[in-house]
Design a protein around this ligand. Structure first.
Ligand code: PRX
Length: 646
């Protein structure tokens, strides 16, 4: 558990009550919603599902054969229809669905009618390329409207998508394409980042030398950089779209048909393909998006996540568009061309709801309030936080300098696996405490338990678990149901184990402290220690590697690597650089270790197990825990000396 969450117990006493002027207009005004949903959670979710368009109603709300759930059994639905077509029969057809701001300041607005045109055309393109219901499509794209169009077009024709974050390397992309068995890849020539064109297609080309399932690649022209186009395989998006007809019959999908797969890091070296299905997922994200952010028809909603992560899937694409919201999409970085880019965008488009990550907030704090103070942020009315624990200091800064003390903050705890937010305040009714995501949302049962799976008492810490199935829950791990059972349902019988630690306070509020497994959360992005370790040992210089997450002021956690070298290899600063670059090449820049500490031996128990707990103590400069089980205690002194060098 890391330091930002060694809770400031004083923060627990600080309570912010919803403002009455906000509460009286809030979508959720009645605190009894928690009780109703608690008593009849299936009924609660059925009511939420009724707000969507179904071709055929379900026969049964929930079929729970632990740990396998089916929601809205027998129901027929199409996610794309709900996100697009449904809005065309009212005035919403001319409402802005997507307001896009490119990094260079270029703008584009797509109304729901425009979105329909683009999505149905691209759905026809995909069908024309031979993509049928059930075929997988990988999407490796920058934050541009075509990425959303591609996702929705897949949903329309029943082709599950697998979006791979554009920051992943060619090798990481290759592994994800192969695991999914994708038939088509949708990508772009590149993307803009801090004024520079970053190539994407090149990574696809490298990946595809080893991806036998891929038949076609569709390339969006974004940076106009020169790219190689393989004859017979690679096609330009704009050329295909020119010929594609408007209008494409949506596929009638079963509620339990796969909507998408999203890969996330686990405790082994192999990323897991998290499987989300259609009806329950769409119900969960639509309902939570409306209630959490108190969405109103005239809101301008901005979530700064990338569509390559679950936050982008659930709260840029599916939830907001199913609700008919106006979604702002931004391609670039917060500090380009200046450190007030986000605030400039809020001012320019009169953004009302802003959803970002604690790591960004800590960065803004570091840059100072002079940047937001120079902009008009008065349009904001709700703020959100996601991805990692938010330290009370950052929460209070966000409240004061961005929310100007008038916006509720919804700190939302959830995961790729949960698909939707699970623990968070409802802004009109739930008092908030800086640093706590508060309590389970209505219809959700999250708890904190001890080693034996019993609920902890107030004031105690334990493991965060989920006691009842929820509609947007993952259904399985793609092609690996056993891993689903082992990973999530084996630690505590009958309970879903989140991998997080948490504390429950005297008011029943949950304070999530972070991962308790071998997963590191760097700037809100999950990285498996095993993935980084296997990347390191693949390097010819490295004999052994142990990777841990250590406290980092801005990123929450940073990757810290401890290695031993092979016989005859000498340690040098160039080698450290080389190893860092090697990890970035294998996985992506986000996994690059902050530091690499080289030792003659790693601390191990007598049975040969690496004592990661001690490495974490060393990296965070703490007094060492029990070292009596160490095979060779002298190892520790050498490591501590090395550590003092960084
Ligand atoms: O450790 C928790 C942390 O992020 C993990 C999930 O990561 P991922 O699947 O990548 O999804 C991130 C976006 C939903 C969790 O196991 N986490 C996420 N949100 C919070 C959080 N920790 C504390 N507070 C949060 N609000």
């Amino acid at each position: 558990m890391f330091r930002s969450n060694m809770m400031d117990f004083a923060a627990e006493e600080q309570v912010f009550y919803p403002d009455i002027s906000f509460s009286i207009r809030a979508n959720v005004r009645d605190t009894r919603i928690y009780d109703w949903a608690g008593i009849d959670y299936e009924g609660f979710w059925a009511t939420e599902a009724e707000q969507l368009h179904w071709y055929r109603p379900w026969d049964k709300v929930l079929d729970w054969q632990p740990p396998f759930a089916q929601w809205f059994v027998g129901g027929k639905i199409n996610a794309c229809y709900n996100c697009v077509d449904r809005h065309l029969s009212s005035w919403r057809r001319n409402k802005a669905a997507i307001i896009f701001e490119g990094e260079l300041g270029d703008q584009q607005v797509l109304t729901y009618q425009d979105l329909y045109r683009e999505v149905t055309k691209f759905a026809n393109v995909l069908r024309g390329l031979g993509v049928k219901k059930g075929d997988l499509v990988s999407i490796y794209m920058p934050m541009i409207p075509q990425a959303v169009v591609a996702m929705l077009a897949c949903a329309r024709i029943g082709a599950p998508h697998s979006v791979v974050f554009g920051g992943f390397s060619a090798e990481a992309l290759r592994d994800r394409i192969n695991d999914a068995g994708a038939k088509v890849v949708v990508t772009a020539d590149g993307c803009w980042r801090r004024g520079k064109a970053i190539p994407l297609k090149q990574n696809v080309d490298i990946a595809l030398t080893q991806c036998p399932s891929v038949e076609k690649v569709v390339v969006v022209e974004r940076t106009r950089s020169e790219v190689y186009m393989e004859p017979g395989r690679d096609l330009w998006y704009h050329e295909l779209m020119q010929q594609a007809p408007i209008g494409c019959e949506p596929e009638v999908m079963d509620a339990e048909d796969i909507l998408f797969i999203l890969y996330t890091s686990g405790t082994t070296g192999k990323p897991k393909g998290i499987v989300h299905t259609t009806g329950g997922y769409l119900t969960g994200v639509t309902s939570t998006h409306r209630n959490l952010f108190d969405l109103k028809e005239d809101d301008v909603y901005w979530c700064t996540a990338d569509i390559g992560w679950i936050t982008g899937h659930s709260y840029i694409v599916y939830g907001p568009l199913a609700n008919g919201a106006t979604v702002l999409l931004f391609e670039g970085a917060p500090d380009y061309p200046a450190r007030d880019r986000f605030w400039e965008i809020i001012e320019k488009y009169r953004v009302t709801i802003f959803y970002t990550a604690p790591t960004a907030i800590r960065l803004f704090m570091k840059w100072g309030e002079v940047w937001p103070n120079g902009r008009d942020l008065s349009s904001l009315r709700v703020l959100g936080s996601v991805g990692e624990p938010i330290n009370p200091e950052a929460w209070l800064w966000y409240h004061k300098h961005i929310g100007r003390e008038k916006c509720p903050i919804v700190d939302t705890w959830w995961q790729t696996e949960t698909g939707m937010v699970m623990v968070a305040p409802l802004p009109g009714i739930t008092p908030t405490k800086p640093g706590s995501a508060t309590v389970s949302l209505p219809g959700v049962a999250v708890d904190v338990v001890d080693e034996l799976g019993n609920p902890v008492e107030a004031g105690h810490s334990g493991y965060l678990v989920i006691k009842k199935p929820w509609p947007a829950m993952l259904r399985t791990v793609y092609k690996d149901p056993q891993r689903y059972v082992d990973q999530y349902w084996s630690r505590f019988p009958g309970l879903y184990f989140t991998g997080d630690g948490a504390r429950r306070d005297k008011d029943g509020y949950i304070w999530v402290s972070g991962r308790v497994d071998d997963v590191i959360n760097v700037s809100g992005h999950r990285i498996g220690t095993a993935e980084v370790e296997s990347a390191l040992v693949e390097h010819p210089a490295v004999a052994e590697a142990a990777v841990i997450g250590r406290y980092h002021e801005l990123k929450g956690q940073a990757v810290s690597a401890f290695i031993t070298l092979r016989e005859g290899v000498a340690w040098a600063p160039e080698l450290e650089k080389d190893l860092k670059a090697h990890v970035a090449k294998k996985i992506g820049g986000l996994a690059r270790p902050e530091e690499i500490i080289c030792a003659w031996e790693l601390p191990k128990t007598r049975s040969g197990k690496i004592m990661r707990r001690l490495l974490k103590d060393i990296a965070e400069g703490r007094v060492l825990g029990d070292i009596s089980t160490l095979a060779d205690p002298t190892v520790i002194h050498q490591l501590m000396n090395k550590k003092s060098a960084f």
